[in-house]
Ligand binder design. Structure first.
Ligand SMILES: Cc1cc2nc3c(=O)[nH]c(=O)nc-3n(C[C@H](O)[C@H](O)[C@H](O)COP(=O)(O)OP(=O)(O)OC[C@H]3O[C@@H](n4cnc5c(N)ncnc54)[C@H](O)[C@@H]3O)c2cc1C
Length: 396
């Protein structure tokens, strides 16, 4: 099965017309064209060789895809959240590894810096990130603090006009490639979550180092590794918000950024459906294309229905967030929960439709099967999304 025999990309996109402006529609088309022409050709090889897509990322930076929501005053493209999600979806449809590099730079690095950084910090850091000359990361998770991020052990103390950070972060996307990391550490170990602060740590800060990259199941063209801080000094001006506000900053960031993971899942789901339909029409068993068997038709209908639902939830979360809706955090959690689980089901069914061929790396669905798995885990597991949603709903 080659891309040439896959259905036209727009065949299964409904309802992408949902609330899209003309500019958003054009952006989506343009990013799809870029992804097909510039990302698709090397995607299988980069996956096989665990090769980070440096050239592609540089081109995405030039197109404004790495600082999409950053204001133009700081070198960004000034897009709204929905436009950003449309772009993530289109990149993920072709390469989920590239999509996570992109979404982490946009949403867990640029986003909190723009909201909580000082004017000086924003002018110093954001133009580099938004142009793709630098990529970004986010260091919250630690070996003993995953879902329970409040259990983090990393510490930071003030020393003159610097902060000195000691500790370790685990599973950090873009580690080894990133230039700036938003890092959380305790500045008052007695004050629980109110004693956590957020810092921007450049990769050339003294005392900063990157560990061995993880051998992951999927997303093999993205890099994930631990970060180490040994008396790591960063300027006092690299603090985000005020001392003690770090945990709130991290939660606010994730409330917004998990929509990016929902969009990544929607992009993968979209591609799984396209591949399933194309294969079902081509593969003949019992004298007819398998698409003529009702069992296969039901899988395709179900996958398409869930895709439409995931997409609407995700876009709805974006509009709610940009409106400042109080339910935005819950909607983002629900979108991430539903879209990631639906995408996992979609890829599972699409692979089933491929039969034995689906189990073979020659077929794109095998890579998607590996790549989709993590969407229910990072930026908060499905279990944590359910907890967040329930807490909102049961409040008061
Ligand atoms: C590829 C990849 C990239 C990542 N990138 C980043 C990054 O850039 N920055 C970063 O900071 N982190 C990153 N992470 C870390 C990711 O966010 C964590 O893996 C995730 O939050 C889960 O934490 P954990 O792995 O420690 O699992 P745990 O917290 O140990 O959870 C294990 C299981 O227990 C469940 N569980 C835990 N607590 C509860 C509870 N109270 N109720 C019910 N169930 C519960 C979980 O849902 C899960 O099923 C990345 C992870 C991966 C795999």
């Amino acid at each position: 099965m080659t891309i040439a025999t896959a259905p036209r990309p727009t065949d299964h996109d409904a309802p992408t017309s949902f609330a899209l402006t003309e500019d958003q529609r054009l952006l989506k088309e343009e990013v799809r064209r870029f992804a097909e022409e510039r990302i698709r050709p090397g995607v299988a090889e980069r996956d096989r060789n665990h090769a980070f897509p440096r050239q592609v990322i540089a081109e995405m930076g030039e197109l404004g895809l790495l600082g999409m929501m950053v204001a133009e005053a700081y070198g960004g493209a000034g897009y709204d959240t929905l436009s950003y999600l449309l772009a993530v979806e289109e990149i993920a449809r072709v390469c989920p590894s590239t999509a996570v590099t992109m979404s982490v730079t946009n949403s867990v690095c640029c986003w909190p810096i723009e909201r909580f950084g000082s004017e000086e910090l924003k002018r110093r850091v954001l133009p580099e990130l938004a142009s793709g000359r630098a990529i970004g990361g986010f260091g919250l998770t630690e070996p003993e603090a995953g879902s329970d991020a409040g259990a983090m052990k990393s510490v930071a103390r003030r020393d003159g006009d610097a902060w000195v950070i000691n500790g370790e972060k685990a599973w950090i996307t873009n580690a080894g490639e990133g230039r700036y990391f938003v890092v959380l550490a305790r500045t008052d170990p007695e004050a629980g979550k109110r004693g956590v602060s957020a810092f921007v740590v450049p990769s050339d800060a003294p005392g900063f180092s990157v560990g061995t990259a993880e051998e992951k199941l999927g997303l093999k063209a993205s890099c994930t590794a631990p970060l180490y801080f040994q008396d790591c000094r960063v300027p006092a001006a690299n603090l985000l918000g005020e001392e003690g506000q770090g945990f709130k900053i991290a939660l606010a960031t994730l409330d917004h950024s998990r929509l990016g993971i929902a969009a990544q899942a929607v992009g993968i789901h979209q591609r799984a459906l396209e591949l399933a339909v194309a294969y079902a029409k081509e593969r003949v068993q019992f004298g007819v294309p398998i698409a003529r068997h009702q069992a296969i038709q039901f899988k395709i209908a179900e996958t398409s229905t869930e895709l439409a639902a995931a997409r609407v939830l995700t876009y709805h979360g974006a509009l709610a967030g940009d409106r400042g809706d109080r339910a935005a955090g819950r909607l983002a959690s629900q979108a991430k929960l539903y879209a990631s689980e639906a995408a996992n089901r979609a890829v599972w069914e699409a692979l089933q439709i491929h039969g034995g061929n689906g189990f073979c790396e020659d077929y794109e669905i095998a890579r998607l099967y590996r790549d989709v798995r993590v969407t229910t885990i990072y930026e908060g597991t499905s279990e944590m999304q359910r907890l967040v949603a329930a807490r909102h709903l049961l409040r008061g």
